[in-house]
Unconditional design. Structure first.
Lengths: 351, 239
């Protein structure tokens, strides 16, 4: 049995790694911190909710066709849990939708603005505008999804002859119960999230360091004008980087509601931690983003938990941790952990 | 080979080149010299599609390349070696060389990699080394080797000997002569070290404040007492 605090740290660090990896990759290409990154991940959360809604409606319809009574109907609905196919579906759709939004953000907003000579601050403000737009879209979607759920429940009620309630909320929802495994004695997410993060890291490293496309992407990031002189279509490479980054965000977001309470603005709670992880990692290093993600998760969960239980600090102050991490990193190690001279540090420690 | 006609270009609203018209003949080394800020580097960047062109034409082998993006120009057989940042520092020597052949098939890339390394055999020793760990001369060799992989018909060098020790600079200029003599590549060379460049040149152009002041044989430029004294720091007696 894994202690809950360890479970929480594993899941949170896995999600943060995926999110900070994406943020770092977009920053490395366009040199703009993307403030819409976290909200795009919440699009992934709504993908998971939509998959749940559609699965429940289909299950309810099948139950009513086989003329289940009210008691057995609700027993069946309550016993629903995500199957491997569901995980594959919402993670793949989360990735795909995140990628599409990423490409749209790069092609329709950032690239045209850059071509018109917009500076970093203007581009940064544009990402805030994209964030607000997506937030509004998510709010509209949450309302429309609720309307859909209610209309389907009414439709099913007329077939069933009793009041059908699918028990789905589209704001402040958490899908913990649909992910619980009796055999494991815990959530499947505790296994899936780190395996997924590790797999994606290995896949990303393979693509970046072992394929022609990856080397071209790294070359385009390091020196876009030289890459273009060698015949590389840098714009295509940047589009790929944005698709990959926001795809990772969408995928990470699809896992968030399995553990945390989600509403359209949940991204704003995550954005601080994602930025802190990327900055602590050095903003220009993918390996740094991974280390940053793990460190911030450890500071925010076990370390803060220890402090709050021993010093009585309220959990409301948890957001101070990423802020503090950002401030201290920028003050003392502005190039992040990736910029440290580890050889020198180790030799000092040995002495 | 390459013709520039009435070219006006610059960066945003800052015009650097004014009515520049030049011709760069095939299989020859054409040197472009001039004082700092005269627009030499901007000329190469403009030919390669890296600046804003207000008016004029750039014709390469009878094709108008004036407003083409750099990757299209590169695919037409033109290589541009910038003064700095001409290799990917965080990639290994091998990755740099493979990047140069990005659009080639695997078999073709392997063949060209081998022939490029034949031209600079010393690079074989550093294949797994990051480019940032190379010396200035080795980096220039790598940059030229990268260009060779794409079998260019025209190579444009922007101050390839800048910040190099005289002996290494001499080696780099010798390599450029070899490119013309052994591979028949047309060279456009922008150089601060005017005397060394003119020694290997077949044709010379002098740019001052973005305008062509002289265009002809290197000998004629060196023998022109006024231009030699004002812009080259030489007199005819030194030739």
């Amino acid at each position: 049995m894994i202690p809950p605090i360890v479970e929480d740290t594993i899941v949170y660090s896995s999600v943060l790694i995926l999110l900070s990896l994406g943020l770092t990759l977009t920053y490395m290409t366009t040199k703009v911190p993307n403030f819409a990154h976290a909200t795009i991940s919440i699009v992934g959360s709504y993908v998971t909710l939509t998959v749940l809604v559609l699965s429940l409606i289909s299950l309810a319809r099948e139950a009513l066709i086989s003329q289940a009574d009210s008691q057995s109907f609700y027993r069946l609905i309550k016993s629903f849990s995500f199957a491997p196919l569901h995980y594959a579906l919402f993670m793949a759709l989360g990735f795909l939708l995140g990628s599409l939004i990423g490409v749209a953000q790069y092609k329709l907003v950032l690239k045209p603005l850059s071509q018109r000579g917009a500076n970093v601050v203007q581009l940064m403000i544009a990402t805030i505008a994209v964030d607000m737009f997506l937030l509004s879209m998510l709010n509209i979607y949450a309302d429309k999804l609720l309307e859909y759920v209610v209309s389907k429940a009414n439709e099913l009620s007329s077939i069933a002859g009793f009041k059908v309630n699918l028990g789905v909320q589209t704001r402040d929802f958490i899908l913990y119960s649909y992910d619980y495994s009796k055999t494991l004695g815990t959530q499947r997410l505790v296994m899936i999230a780190p395996v997924m993060a590790a797999d994606l890291l290995v896949a990303l490293s393979f693509v970046l360091y072992r394929t022609k496309l990856g080397v071209a992407l790294r070359a385009s990031i390091e020196n876009p004008s030289l890459a273009s002189t060698l015949g590389v279509n840098v714009d295509k490479m940047y589009t790929l980087a944005w698709a990959l980054s926001l795809g990772l965000a969408g995928l990470a977001g699809s896992l968030i509601p399995l553990k945390y309470l989600v509403n359209p603005s949940t991204g704003q709670l995550f954005v601080l931690s994602i930025f802190a992880a990327s900055i602590l990692g050095g903003l220009n290093s993918l390996a740094g983003a991974v280390i940053g993600g793990v460190l911030i998760a450890c500071f925010e969960i076990p370390v803060f938990n220890y402090l709050s239980s021993h010093l009585g600090i309220s959990s409301a102050y948890r957001t101070v941790i990423p802020l503090l991490a950002m401030a201290l990193t920028l003050l003392f190690i502005p190039r992040g952990v990736a910029g440290l001279n580890w050889k020198k540090l180790f030799s000092r420690v040995r002495r | 080979m390459l013709k520039v006609e009435n070219l006006n270009a610059g960066y945003g609203k800052l015009q650097v080149l004014h009515e520049v018209s030049l011709f760069f003949p095939e299989r020859k080394i054409s040197v472009v010299i001039g004082p700092n800020g005269s627009g030499k580097s901007t000329l190469l960047k403009t030919i390669f599609g890296l600046t804003k062109i207000y008016s004029g034409k750039i014709i390469f082998e009878n094709n108008d390349i004036t407003f083409l993006p750099p990757h299209k120009i590169a695919s037409m057989g033109i290589a541009y070696l910038p003064q700095t940042n001409n290799v990917f520092e965080n990639l290994t020597v091998e990755e740099n060389l493979r990047m140069a052949g990005y659009n080639l098939s695997k078999e073709e890339l392997e063949a060209r990699l081998a022939s490029s390394l034949e031209f600079f055999p010393q690079l074989k020793l550093y294949m797994k080394r990051k480019a940032r760990q190379l010396s200035g001369g080795e980096r220039q060799m790598l940059a030229i080797a990268m260009s060779l992989i794409r079998k260019p018909r025209l190579m444009m060098f922007d101050e390839p000997t800048a910040a190099l020790a005289p002996k290494i600079a001499h080696q780099v200029l010798r390599s450029i002569v070899k490119l013309r003599d052994e591979l028949g590549i047309t060279i456009i060379l922008v150089e601060q070290n005017a005397r060394a460049a003119l020694e290997i040149a077949d044709k010379a152009s002098l740019l001052v404040s973005g305008r062509v002041i002289f265009d002809g044989l290197p000998k004629d430029l060196l023998e022109n007492p006024e231009l030699g004294r004002m812009y080259l720091g030489v007199t005819s007696s030194q030739v």
